[in-house]
Write a protein that binds this ligand. Structure first.
Ligand code: NAD
Ligand code: LMR
Length: 329
């Protein structure tokens, strides 16, 4: 193996998502089948023993691409030289708990982690925040890392994107692979807006193929937006394998690029596009190439979409104001 290994740090490595994620990173699904990786597992002290067990299992897989595993509870060690950081560790929402309740509990985790990334990560660091509330946690981490370009901090809405693809495929009888240019706008929360007005199904406009605005408003949008809560209700725990899969998709697309004629959804710091206040970490349609991303520009936003994007962005602004009041940004 001649390539230099990529250092990938995973926080919350002993949790549910961590368990579903680490084996796929080590087997080459995150970065590519020819890219060796070194894993850093960051946990809190209570999680270290379980992380050691997971590391033993990783060893036992004898993955050819895995060139080392380090386990730590010190963010300064965990992010040292990190090229990719997956910030998963957080307190998951449990039954009856609103995501807003999580702001304070989780804010304290992401500020020191952002600072450690600022001080110790590699110059090309790419950060994906999965731990909820993901967009605002990403904002907290980004604000604590003034020396890292803000656009390197992203939040995961790829799970929402994948959920929307699947629901739309079911409704129309299409294959998921036939659907392109779907967008998740806003927050990874119940206010998110899955937009099919620019999406295509086998080259035809998806909204026209569906031809049923009532289904969009009363079925599709709430099903996608409340899917996380439905899974918690059914499983008694939040989504794990599908979340890990989406994290793999997010980073893989960011690093390796979107296909011609398609785009994806990522929570990224707004540059003011589509009326989203600059700096909020909001989901947009993006294309990616050579490890960078760009917001897809020039889409016509109809009234139906505008109201929904605005509502989700309003929630993000309120979350930002709340963490600002708590001194977290
Ligand atoms: P989990 O409770 O199984 O695991 C969380 C792990 O994080 C635990 O092992 C815990 O010890 C660890 N942890 C807590 N604080 C930490 C810290 N400061 N540093 C390092 N590790 C720390 O939870 P899970 O099911 O793996 O979910 C993790 C997070 O992902 C939750 O916030 C959940 O809501 C979120 N989530 C996000 C999405 C999304 O689409 N963005 C989807 C599903 C779940
Ligand atoms: C999900 O979308 O499955 C999770 O973000 C739900 C949650 O709140 O943990």
């Amino acid at each position: 193996m001649t390539r230099t290994p990529v250092n990938v740090t995973v926080t919350g490595a002993a949790g549910q998502i961590g368990y579903a994620l680490l084996f796929r990173i080590a087997s080459g699904h995150l970065l590519g089948a020819d890219v060796p990786v070194r894993l850093r597992l960051l946990e809190i002290p209570q999680g270290l023993k379980a992380a050691e067990g997971t590391a033993m299992e990783l060893d036992d897989c004898a993955f050819p691409l895995l060139q080392g595993i380090e386990i730590t509870d010190d963010p300064n060690v965990g992010f040292d030289g990190a090229n990719v950081a997956l910030l998963v560790g957080a307190r998951p929402r449990t039954k009856g708990m609103e995501r807003g309740d999580l702001l304070e509990a989780n804010g304290g985790i992401f500020k020191p982690q952002g600072k450690a990334i600022n001080d110790h990560a590699a110059d090309d660091i790419k950060v994906l925040v999965v731990g909820n509330p993901a967009n605002t946690n990403a904002l907290i981490a980004q604000a604590a890392a003034p020396d890292v370009p803000a656009e390197r901090f992203t939040a995961m809405t790829r799970l929402d994107h994948n959920r929307a693809l699947s629901q739309l495929a079911k409704k129309t009888g299409a294959q998921v692979s036939d659907i392109k240019k779907l967008t998740i706008w806003g927050n990874h929360s119940a206010t998110q807006y899955p937009d099919i007005f620019h999406a295509e199904i086998a080259g035809k406009n998806a909204a026209e193929v569906v031809g049923d605005e009532q289904w969009l408003a009363d079925d599709f949008i709430p099903t996608v937006a409340k899917r996380g809560a439905a899974i918690i209700e059914a499983r008694g725990a939040s989504s794990a394998a599908s979340a890990a899969n989406a994290a793999i998709d997010h980073v893989h697309t960011w690093v390796n690029g979107t296909a011609e004629g398609n785009w994806t959804s990522m929570g990224i710091p707004s540059d003011g596009s589509y009326g989203v206040p600059e700096g909020l970490i909001s989901s947009f349609p993006v294309t990616t190439k050579n490890g960078t991303y760009e917001i897809v520009q020039g889409l016509d936003i109809n009234e139906f979409s505008r109201a929904r994007i605005d509502a989700s962005v309003q929630e993000l602004a309120e979350e930002r104001d709340a963490v600002r009041a708590l001194g977290l940004i």
